[in-house]
Design a protein around this ligand. Structure first.
Ligand code: GAP
Length: 491
């Protein structure tokens, strides 16, 4: 598995992710997505939306605002319960989440060795004096304060005059925007249960211990679905909520596999009773084997009727569905598949990373699924001094870029250009050479063909430039390289 250090370095060097405000020394846990990062991010969001919202007859979309009425957060339980217990070091002021103390290596000044400094692995005891950690794990000197509850929501003031402005919060999850719009969507779109509402948007949490690159940040983006089911119905002999929970777990796992995540790097983690959120009947996390170890990639919770009932109680508005068959009003149960865009991006990046040996040299390649690769095609002129080659290459770039993300590069020799594109995961390179345009000095006619090079096999085929857009389109839609290569001779 690739190390986080290698990924961070590649991301910076090749324009995927930069430290936010870097020229001012950076700001903790904020990251900016560069030219390739934003393409990858947009493509992840686009295929998620297409597969889970656009293509499903039982799904609709929504884009709710980040700032909401403050009572939303009272009703949802976030004001009272969205807290982490934390302790502070009285000496160095470092802050820790209580539940992470046991997982943190600790600094120890050992009295049995004249105060020598040791760093002891998480949860371990000193092998010289036998002491277990009691002081600050970071400085090894300071006492820790008793645990205090720390609310993770970012407070802000709404209104032009600070004294009169209302306190509200940056949303810590996109979900509540869906719950408070449940009735609006139901009335305007006339749906029958079960149906779901999907949303992609930013969320903010004042995490006590952000870190591990884009894995845990204070500003991040979520792709969330609230899927409403009738709790009085059964499907295949099972309560509808339990049936649909399992269906969504399967669909989410299949989605990550479909876009290239290796099955061995995915697993399910069922929340034990004491791990469950206050609203959940059952939650299963999809975990990924990140460079930091197995960690949550997304969660799929059965939130029951908790949220709709809470918002009905606090708003005084009925948030129910009329079941025509049973002639009764019901509060739907909700299955919630909730994924982080940034974590998905990190997983796709880590999973795609390969170091290979090609003719005695190291080749770094990101084997992204073609639909996720930041650039779908690179157009590379073989000789940048030949105007006709450059002109043709530009014309091809212009044509392909109507539907695809295309890069043009003529700043190095072809071998180097191929390696550059491998390193950022571009699935296909198109080369324009002398044969394409012909050489009148030597009396060689143009053949009008270009070379397509496949990133993974590094094989090359020649196709008519006039057929290029169609051939690339077929490849991106999933036609196998071998099949395209076999037909390449045909015009
Ligand atoms: N509405 C349910 C909800 O928000 P969650 O498990 O707290 O559930 C869902 O968050 C997903 O959002 C996580 O699985 C993760 O992918 C992403 N996420 C949560 N906190 C994050 C953070 N601080 N940084 C990056 N991604 C985060």
């Amino acid at each position: 598995m690739v190390s986080m250090e290698t990924l961070v370095s590649l991301c910076k060097r090749r324009g995927f992710v930069f430290q936010s405000s870097e020229i001012y020394g950076g700001i903790g846990s904020s990251w900016d997505y560069g030219p390739l990062g934003v393409e990858l991010r947009n493509k992840i969001k686009r295929v998620w939306w297409r597969d889970f919202v656009q293509r499903r007859p039982d799904m609709l979309g929504l884009d709710a605002s980040i700032l909401m009425h403050p009572t939303v957060w009272k009703a949802s339980g976030h004001v009272d319960n969205f807290t982490d217990p934390m302790v502070d070091c009285r000496e160095c002021r470092h802050r820790f989440r209580v539940d992470q103390l046991a997982e943190t290596p600790w600094v120890h000044y050992c009295p049995a060795t004249k105060g020598n400094k040791f760093t002891i692995p998480a949860g371990g005891a000193c092998s010289h004096c036998g002491a277990a950690r009691t002081l600050c794990p970071d400085c090894g000197k300071g006492e820790l304060t008793p645990p205090r509850q720390f609310n993770l929501m970012f407070k802000t003031l709404m209104g032009p005059v600070e004294e009169d402005a209302a306190v509200t919060y940056l949303r810590p999850e996109t979900a509540q925007g869906i719950f408070v719009n449940f009735d609006n969507v139901l009335q305007s779109m006339r749906r029958k249960l079960p149906f779901g509402i999907g949303q992609i948007g930013k969320a903010f949490r004042n995490e006590i211990t952000p870190g591990n690159f884009i894995f845990r940040t204070r500003e991040f983006e979520q792709m969330e679905i609230e899927y409403f089911v009738n709790p009085h119905e059964t499907v295949e002999g099972r309560p509808a909520d339990e049936y649909w929970h399992d269906r969504w777990i399967e669909d989410c796992l299949a989605w990550f596999r479909r876009y290239g995540i290796q099955s061995d790097n995915l697993r399910l983690h069922e929340h034990a009773r004491d791990e469950l959120a206050h609203y959940a009947k059952r939650t299963a996390d999809v975990q990924y084997r990140f460079p930091i170890g197995w960690s949550e990639l997304m969660g799929i919770a059965n939130r029951t009727d908790f949220d709709l009932k809470q918002h009905a109680k606090f708003s005084g508005k009925a948030l129910t569905y009329f079941d025509e068959e049973r002639k009764e009003h019901v509060v739907p149960y909700v299955i919630e598949p909730s994924a982080g865009v940034d974590r998905a991006l990190l997983a796709f990046l880590a999973d795609a990373y390969r170091e290979e040996e090609v003719r005695g040299e190291k080749r770094v390649v990101l084997r992204f699924h073609p639909e996720l690769a930041p650039a779908s095609v690179a157009v590379l002129p073989l000789l940048k001094k030949r105007d006709d080659i450059v002109r043709t290459a530009h014309a091809i770039r212009d044509e392909l870029s109507r539907d695809l993300t295309v890069v043009y590069d003529d700043t190095a020799a072809i071998g180097r250009l191929y390696r550059r594109q491998d390193e950022v995961g571009t699935p296909y390179c198109v080369t324009v050479d002398v044969q394409t345009v012909g050489d009148s000095d030597k009396g060689e006619p143009a053949d009008g063909k270009v070379t397509i090079r496949d990133r993974d096999s590094m094989e090359q085929i020649r196709v008519e430039a006039a057929r290029l857009a169609q051939v690339i389109g077929d490849l991106l839609r999933g036609t196998a390289w071998a099949e395209v290569a076999a037909g390449a001779g045909r015009s």
